[in-house]
Design a protein around this ligand. Structure first.
Ligand SMILES: [Zn+2]
Length: 381
């Protein structure tokens, strides 16, 4: 293996090595070289020594840990009706957060200006100056081009296509900025928090729209053009409903929060967004429960194909409509329509992180990129 300081940092971050001795054993480097590289990481405040560690021969080796407090990250999850911002440490732990009531249809200028103001406010409230900020991350409810990292023809984000989100935010907070699809960020948050031993996790987010994210081998799988997991516009047989994307018969046209809200309104129960449906579900509204159960069955039909293709270990159901009604409906169609082998070890569950999944996932994506072996080796060269 290559074993520059950045590679040593990865061993410490992943908890594979916590002492200089561990590093020597794992890398085959000499004691002197390990000491030099560890010193350079300590000087850069990337790792720190903490007491403890198993005693060997009377000496207590100092435990080396990634210093997750030496810099901070700002993250923002943009959603249709509102957004959330947070300050986190480098492990993704949320130190403070805020909800920003700005609708995505107001366009990128208005939304990003509001998010930047919120982040600057959170920094001020927590006494964190710009010099302590290492990076920012933003998630959007639409596909992101893997090369430009800009929204790529997002169906529910009018005016956002190819908008330079990172450049706009960096004007207010001049640090490296990362843009990610929301379901991908949520999937990474769930995988890295509760299922880090799972080699394949799939998350389906059912809010006003429907999206999904895949984490394979510990990494978000984006696909060649950022289109992986965009299941909301898969066409269902026997469905003719008009979708927001302009096509007919899409899954989102019958099973998204928007679709359920429209059906509720037709029944005389006013609802406009996934959030409204979520509130009705929480209040035990019978129509909302019934329609969400049916939406779950529709989503299960599509997820049966996904599960048969990917054979994940975990399927997390998240978003405003995530509920036992949705989960129940999903199971009813998922299991009978999948091969037994694809589901026998599949853990189908509701998200336990809820809205925090996206914030945590974003922070970890940003940290993984800023503190990758290559990035750190280049910085300390
Ligand atoms: Zn569609």
């Amino acid at each position: 293996m290559s074993s520059g300081p950045g590679d040593i940092l990865q061993l410490v971050r992943r908890d594979e090595a916590n002492t200089r001795r561990d590093i020597q054993d794992l890398t085959g480097l000499s004691r002197v070289t390990v000491a030099q590289r560890v010193d350079s990481l300590i000087d850069a405040h990337l790792i720190k020594e903490s007491g403890g560690g198993a005693a060997t021969g009377g000496r207590r080796p100092n435990r080396l840990v990634f210093d997750v407090q030496h810099s901070m990250l700002a993250v923002a999850t943009i959603d249709t009706a509102h957004s959330r911002t947070a300050i986190t440490d480098l492990s993704g732990r949320i130190l403070d957060h805020e909800t920003v009531d700005v609708a995505i249809v107001e366009g990128p200028e208005a939304v990003l200006t509001a998010l930047a103001a919120s982040i600057l406010g959170l920094m001020e409230r927590n006494g964190i100056g710009l010099e302590r900020m290492a990076g920012t991350g933003v998630s959007v409810p639409g596909p992101v081009d893997p090369k430009s990292r800009r929204p790529s023809q997002p169906p529910i984000m009018p005016g956002w296509d190819a908008y330079p989100i990172a450049d706009h935010l960096a004007e207010a907070i001049p640090v490296p900025t990362f843009v990610e699809n929301d379901a991908d960020a949520m999937a990474f948050g769930e995988q890295s928090t509760g299922f880090s031993d799972s080699n394949a996790l799939c998350l389906v987010k059912v809010s006003t729209g429907i999206g999904s994210g895949l984490v394979l081998g510990g990494t978000v799988y984006h696909g060649i053009d950022g289109g992986a997991g965009d299941i909301g516009h898969i066409r269902l047989a026997g469905v003719d409903a008009l979708c927001q994307c302009g096509s007919r018969g899409c899954l989102a046209a019958v099973a998204s929060g928007r679709a359920v809200a429209m059906e509720l309104s037709e029944r005389g129960v006013p609802a406009r967004s996934g959030r409204d449906v979520g509130a009705l579900l929480a209040a035990g509204n019978v129509d909302a429960l019934e329609l969400t159960h049916t939406a779950g069955q529709r989503i299960g039909e599509v997820m049966a194909t996904v599960v048969s293709m990917v054979n994940p270990g975990v399927l997390v159901v998240s978003g405003d409509l995530a509920s036992s009604a949705l989960l129940g409906g999903l199971r009813e169609t998922l299991y009978p329509r999948s091969l037994a082998r694809a589901t026998r070890n599949l853990d189908v569950r509701l998200s336990s992180l809820g809205e925090d999944a996206g914030l945590i996932g974003l922070a970890r994506i940003v940290a993984d990129s800023l503190y990758s072996a290559d990035a750190v080796n280049a910085r300390l060269a």
